[in-house]
Design a protein around this ligand. Structure first.
Ligand code: ADP
Ligand code: MG
Length: 451
């Protein structure tokens, strides 16, 4: 962990951030944050509301990692406390205020009210077989809001890009359908708004707002609605009102509608349009995501290392991002090249154990023979044509990676010496740095072997 050993770390972060943003942004977002405590493991911050937390994390995540303690998943180790509520500005007043703003300021205010993360754009979303369908469905909805799938319901595990896609829709609609009013909100915030308005007896205004002043309603993490009976009915009525006016609704969830503990009526509404699942990305997509994130940080990481990280972080894109953040912070501090040793040391427990499969040399040879289109007998024999020699080297490379045996034992199964296997392994590893066709062929072998 990058422990910060000075109590001034937060002040140093603020000094740094001040130089990176406008004075208005600093005054609005960062100045109101109160430092409550700071140890080498954790910092506690009091924020006026959840949006300040979101703003801080989405705009300064990696800088926070560089200045403040970092947790096991490579995220800044910050405990947030929400400050006790202050009287709310009535929504009518804020609307009047909006009218008197310049168009630029309006745009700015719109973006803030919309609560969209600036980084979550379609162009930053890396596609692969696990999320291609989601991306095109989301893009379809963003291009023609209210006219295609309604609601679009997105479900899948943690850290797989649901929120990213939801906000991408918001940005796209904002940029391409200027008149459309977008509301992007977490289910928790929706409930909190309702509670606040119930308290202030202004619930009718809020209901009206959702039903009359929203064209595109983006709701994140609807699983938080479970066991909240009163709000469920309210939300269901809102959904119906919006859909009846052809207003677009997009919802994310960690489960499909049928598995949510919600009323039958609500589940039927959620299933009304298109239900899309987002799965865990395959190895190549994980590598592409790592590459994209590393490039954005100006980090140079070799393909071998990217593959190594992608092979050991398999189930969550947020963790992949955490890995790049940690490496970036480490490199910035130590100014060191990124080697496998550095990766293992820096990422430590973030790297998952790859389950060892029981694969035999014979199976590996068969898969190499199929992929490289050579005869198995040639591969097992002493044939030395270029194609056969390459396929044999790949088989040895895979055997060294996939079989947990000593090199001597593996070499014996090939009828070779251990130095031949080692040589083959190193040769392939080197070639993989530049040869994308070979990378794909090896990926095909792995797939055949069930890896
Ligand atoms: P979820 O809402 O499904 O829990 P998020 O949308 O918050 O996941 O994604 C977690 C992080 O991973 C975000 O920073 C997001 O930008 C990133 N991410 C997820 N999927 C992708 C992807 N396909 N391409 C690029 N970044 C991604
Ligand atoms: Mg999310």
């Amino acid at each position: 962990m990058l422990a910060c050993d000075t109590p001034d770390a937060w002040m140093q972060f603020l000094d740094f951030a001040k130089k990176r943003c406008s004075q208005a942004a600093f005054e609005n977002w960062l100045a109101p944050i109160l430092l409550k405590s700071l140890t080498s493991d954790q910092v506690t911050l009091e924020v006026p509301n959840i949006f300040v937390k979101e703003y801080l994390l989405s705009n300064y995540r990696e800088d926070l990692c560089a200045f403040l303690p970092v947790n096991k998943t490579g995220e800044p180790a910050i405990k947030f406390q929400i400050a006790p509520p202050k009287p709310r500005v009535p929504s009518t007043e804020s609307k009047e205020k909006r009218v008197s703003l310049s168009s630029e300021a309006k745009e700015d205010q719109w973006k803030r009210e919309c609560r969209l993360n600036q980084q979550y754009r379609f162009r930053n979303f890396i596609e692969g077989p696990s999320n291609q369908f989601l991306k095109s469905a989301a893009f379809g909805v963003a291009s023609r809001p209210g006219t295609s799938y309604n609601p679009l319901f997105i479900h899948g595990g943690v850290g797989l890009g649901k929120t990213h896609i939801l906000h991408s829709i918001g940005h796209y609609v904002g940029e391409h359908h200027r008149g459309k009013r977008i509301q992007c909100i977490t289910t928790e915030q929706f409930i909190n708004d309702f509670v606040d308005n119930l308290r202030n007896k202004s619930i009718a205004g809020l209901k009206n707002y959702y039903r009359k002043e929203v064209d595109v309603f983006l709701m994140d993490d609807i699983q938080f609605l479970q066991n909240r009976l009163n709000f469920e009915e309210e939300l269901c009525n809102t959904f119906e009102a919006l859909i009846n006016q052809n207003k677009q609704i997009v919802i994310t969830s960690d489960k499909p509608p049928g598995q949510l503990k919600l009323s039958d009526r609500m589940i039927a509404r959620l299933e009304w349009g298109l239900v899309v699942h987002v799965g865990t990305p395959d190895l190549e997509t994980r590598v592409a995501i790592l590459q994209h994130k590393a490039e954005k940080k100006g980090l140079k990481i070799s393909n071998n290392i990217l593959f190594f990280i992608a092979e050991h972080i398999v189930d969550n894109v947020r963790k992949l991002e955490g890995a790049i953040n940690r490496l970036s912070a480490q490199c910035r501090l130590m100014n060191m090249p990124i080697t496998q040793e550095l990766v293992e040391e820096t990422l430590g427990e973030l790297l998952q154990q790859v389950p060892q499969m029981k694969v035999s040399v014979d199976q590996i040879l068969k898969s190499a023979a199929t992929v490289f289109e050579v005869k198995l007998s040639e591969l097992k024999g002493t044939g030395r044509t270029k194609k056969v020699a390459l396929a044999r080297q790949v088989a040895m490379y895979l055997a060294k990676l996939m079989i947990q045996e000593s090199l001597v034992m593996i070499a014996a199964s090939f009828g070779k010496t251990h130095s031949t296997v080692l040589h083959a392994h190193n040769a392939i590893e080197k070639r993989l740095e530049t040869d994308s066709v070979l990378r794909r062929q090896i990926q095909m072998c792995r797939r055949q072997l069930g890896a």
